[in-house]
Design a binder for this molecule. Sequence first.
Ligand SMILES: Nc1ncnc2c1ncn2[C@@H]1O[C@H](COP(=O)(O)OP(=O)(O)OP(=O)(O)O)[C@@H](O)[C@H]1O
Ligand SMILES: [Mg+2]
Length: 153
Amino acid sequence: MQIISRSVKDTLNIGRHIVKNLQKGDIICLFGKFGAGKTVLTKGIAMGLGIAKDKIISPSFVLIREYDLAKIPLYHFDLYRMEKEKDILGLGYEDYLNTQGIAVIEWADKLKELLPREYLKIRLEIIGKDIRKVTIRGMGKRYAGYNSLGWAK
Ligand SMILES: Nc1ncnc2c1ncn2[C@@H]1O[C@H](COP(=O)(O)OP(=O)(O)OP(=O)(O)O)[C@@H](O)[C@H]1O
Ligand SMILES: [Mg+2]
């Protein structure tokens, strides 16, 4: 599914909308260059979970932040500064996945072989100053429903 975002607000709304279809334990992997809107989308997801968007910080100097303020915790990874995959294994990375929370991973391409078997894949592309193309694709059976989902803002 592809959606064109024409503003930060649109991207926040996409994040909020995604939450409606999430289940505890879901993993969302975000792909896209600097400034593509990965953190903005994460803020939208946080809002959907009942976490204030200003609590979500970027750039982060740590690989993971936990937001346990909501009913469903959010595990926000920003792997930009990760040098080796084993760096996150030391943080118990895999313990955060498929739990009672939602995991959102920025720069998920850095995971390489640690990429989960199933996840919700979201790619953000810069089309123009305020325009982003957001491509959402369910990878694996658990997320297959996203590939036939209609979209209503
Ligand atoms: N439609 C849009 N959706 C999201 N962000 C937008 C949009 N239009 C403009 N922007 C701007 O693009 C930037 C997106 O920044 P953001 O921090 O979310 O990117 P990022 O992908 O997380 O980058 P990084 O790789 O540095 O973490 C912000 O400055 C935001 O104001
Ligand atoms: Mg970011």
